[in-house]
Design a protein around this ligand. Sequence first.
Ligand SMILES: [Zn+2]
Length: 391
Amino acid sequence: MRILKFFLSFFGLLLIFGLLFFFLFAGSLVDKKLNGVDRSNNPELSEKAKQLHPKLTIGDWHSDNMLWDRDPLEKISHGHVDVPRLIEGNYTLAVFDAVIKSPRGLNYNKNSADAMDDITLLAMGNRWPMRTWTSLCERALYQSEMMHKAERESNGKLQLIKTKADLQNYLNEKKTKAKMVAGMLSIEGLHALEGEFENLDRLIDAGYRMMGPVHFFDNKMGGSSAGVEQGGLTEFGEKVIREMEKRSIIIDLAHSSSALIADILKIAKRPVVVSHTGVQGIKDSPRNLSDEEVRAIAANGGIIGIGFWEEAAGGKRPQDIATAIRYVVDLVGIKHVSLGSDFDGSVVVPFDCSEIIYVTDALIKEGFSDDEIDQIMGRNQIEFLLNNLPD
Ligand SMILES: [Zn+2]
């Protein structure tokens, strides 16, 4: 009996320590493992880049920093994005994206919606409230609450932008106050609606201003480029897209299947965004846009954010990002391209956001003029938002 009691209490303790470890460290360990920086291919920065960079408008369409167990206001030494590093990098605006569900065994070709969801474990490991463990909509709502709390505690350093007027006021204020950055909230995958049209209101009320219909698997909206069916827009999807347009919520076509991109462009009355992507002309991948899709998005007045990870940029060097940008500019013109890093999106990148000057440097070496670089680095994005955010 005594021995049995001993073993029970021993394993009980082990279990408690195991759980404690999971809740204290698991999220942060995964974060450090997945969001790496490989600086080994970075060049010496040019003097010209150092002079030009502080004068630029800088914006990014996509980062997943809200997913991780961090304080957005604290500068940390791992991962890619936090408010202090954005300010160091001279950012005007960054889009913070809510990741909602991620199927186990994630890949660019085929993922089932029924696969085990890694975000559930991460939500537990991050000690998010229990309502986020079982509800995809609550996951989006919670990530927005977290960023709004950071905004309140930031002493004006972080401003979350929801309307054209918000953005204009922020830009005016920033002229005299350099140490601040704007954020905009987006959602990666409208499985966040949990299939309920009414939940769209809740997400808009929570401050989300850009939404992608799908992520790595097909959902009730339509097909993903990495889904099983990879189909087009569903009837439910069409209803949601039309409502988003009515409410001036930006549509993000990153991760959409070719059929879904075509269907949405057919009915879209407003310009769309592809927040983080590569192009097949540089790197042939189902995750990247074909030339035909790039042309169709430009014809819609849309804008494409070029990603910084190898599968999107076509290589590991900052110069590869500039080459991919050049490809889009040559195809459809400078107005339709900007930055879509996918920082903190479980990718390895050549630098974190505080070192975004490497892109400036690469664009100079690619032969773009100062004015063109300003457009690519952020002005295109800011002008797009000034035209397309809600009034
Ligand atoms: Zn993504």
